[in-house]
Design a protein around this ligand. Structure first.
Ligand SMILES: Nc1ncnc2c1ncn2[C@@H]1O[C@H](COP(=O)(O)OP(=O)(O)OP(=O)(O)O)[C@@H](O)[C@H]1O
Ligand SMILES: [Mg+2]
Length: 453
């Protein structure tokens, strides 16, 4: 395919659809130019470091690569590249039918996936192939006055068959047309666990799913437990509770089972009264600012505090952001969550009102041997007695005094005092996983407790 591709970005930030600007992809770079009207509106840009207040009428540019083939912020709008991603399966089926052959792996296919599923996802930006496609999509999703259309809920049995086929690998047939007709193509969303962006009736979550934005329903990230992580959603729900009790802002969730399917519906915090909020992962912010950064492993944990400090020179961030990230790192350590990577930390809001997003995805993945990493963001404990010492000294790198650091450690230890027992009480989690997690968190506790009085 000749590479000089064009797309547009729109947003519903104000409640009404508005064009933000034009996106162009060439062989080696992505560029984005705001419309004059959008710049004049003073609304947040398509990503924090690509904001119109910084770039004005100049095109924002980014050197693309195999690893990051579009602006980093747009990666979250391309379905995750793993076999369980429901949206990737669905859009590849559509592409296969359209092209009459297997879509070739590579940037061109990723771009087509972005155009097909890159609207209505997490955050405030919607990508389309052109303005007409944008207008048609918003017309379908909303009335002219900005009110969402009430849509009937999806025939549960058809959707259940789709999930059993795609998540449980059961040999059941389903009609993708029927699922799409009632639910619409569900927008792309990242992450490893199969999930759908839908709305539910929070009083009776299992009764049916509605398209996102349906009036009177709650927008959720609906996770569906894959069989290879039996019990994961119970562990994730427990960790959401533990974080809430420790004083973190945590979204409401609904944990329910139906048939052999297990669900965790986490209420979305990137929507307020049906309007989207800007949301961008730390991965995206860092990659946009540093073109050498291509993956989570390209930064060390001890550098994160400096990164936040530099960011605070450009965007308004609450003064305790570094401390809050440090506290999350300690909680991850003490709950056995080795998967706190840079897509599991995000910022909400624009450059003038930026703050950490609530806690999401705190799953204690270390329960599974292949995820048993102390930290997904690498760190360098050489020069320390062990990593316990490292995590204590780390407080300083987030701008904390020894006393403040100690306070964070004491509170995190306190908040997780009975965590191992709570894990052992989760009967749906295989005993092996529970025991592994118990051993891990007990070891991590004892490493940090040496420093507590
Ligand atoms: N409650 C929420 N509100 C808004 N956005 C959310 C919410 N929960 C998750 N997200 C977004 O959806 C993405 C995927 O969700 P999540 O991280 O929970 O999935 P996962 O499959 O467990 O991810 P991972 O691959 O990190 O294990 C997140 O990176 C975040 O952008
Ligand atoms: Mg995640």
């Amino acid at each position: 395919m000749a590479r000089h591709q064009h797309a547009v970005i729109w947003t519903r930030l104000t409640g009404l659809p508005q064009k933000m600007g034009d996106l162009v992809l060439t062989d080696d770079r992505a560029s984005f130019t705001y419309t004059q009207d959008y710049l004049a509106s003073g609304q947040p840009g398509f990503c924090l470091l690509g904001d119109g207040a910084i770039w004005g009428g100049d095109s924002v540019t980014y050197p693309i690569s195999e690893r990051i083939p579009v602006f980093p912020r747009l990666l979250a709008l391309i379905p995750g590249n793993n076999p369980r991603n429901l949206q990737r399966r669905h859009y590849l089926d559509l592409l296969r039918a359209r092209l009459g052959k297997e879509p070739p792996p590579g940037i061109d296919t990723e771009w087509l996936l972005l155009l097909m599923g890159g609207h209505g996802g997490i955050g405030h930006i919607d990508v389309f192939e052109g303005d007409l496609a944008a207008e048609a999509w918003y017309r379908h999703a909303m009335h002219g006055n900005g009110e969402h259309v009430a849509v009937t809920h999806t025939d549960r049995s058809e959707l259940w068959r789709m999930l059993k086929h795609n998540v449980l690998d059961e040999n059941v047939d389903f009609d993708p047309q029927l699922v799409e007709q009632t639910l619409g193509p569900t927008p792309s969303v990242g992450g490893m666990i199969p999930k759908l962006l839908v709305a539910i009736d929070s009083a009776q979550p299992a009764t049916g799913f509605y398209p996102p934005g349906t009036q009177g329903k709650r927008d959720v990230v609906l996770k569906v437990e894959p069989p290879e992580y039996h019990g994961l959603l119970d562990l994730e729900a427990l960790c959401l509770d533990v974080h809430r009790a420790a004083g973190f802002t945590v979204p409401a969730y609904h944990r329910f089972d139906d048939d052999e399917l297990h669900f965790l519906a986490v209420e979305r915090f990137d929507r307020v009264d049906g309007r989207p909020l800007p949301m961008e992962s730390l991965f995206s912010v860092i990659a946009t600012g540093d073109h050498h950064f291509r993956e989570t492993g390209d930064i060390l944990l001890e550098e994160l505090g400096d990164v936040l400090g530099r960011l605070a020179e450009v965007v308004t961030l609450p003064a305790d952001t570094g401390e809050q990230v440090y506290r999350r790192i300690l909680m991850a350590l003490l709950t056995g969550n080795g998967d706190l990577h840079l897509d599991n930390l995000a910022l909400l809001g624009g450059i003038q009102d930026c703050r950490l997003a609530p806690v999401y995805d705190p799953s204690p993945m270390r329960a599974w041997p292949r995820h048993n990493l102390v930290s997904a963001i690498p760190f360098d404990p050489s020069g320390y007695q062990d990593h316990g010492d490292y995590f204590v000294v780390l407080g300083k790198r987030f701008g904390l005094s020894p006393k403040q650091t100690q306070h964070c450690i004491d509170e995190s230890l306190h908040a997780t005092t009975t965590y191992a027992e709570q894990v052992m009480a989760l009967t749906r989690v295989p005993v092996r996983q529970r025991q592994q997690l118990q051993d891990i968190v007990n070891k991590e506790r004892s490493l940090l407790q040496r420093h507590s009085k």
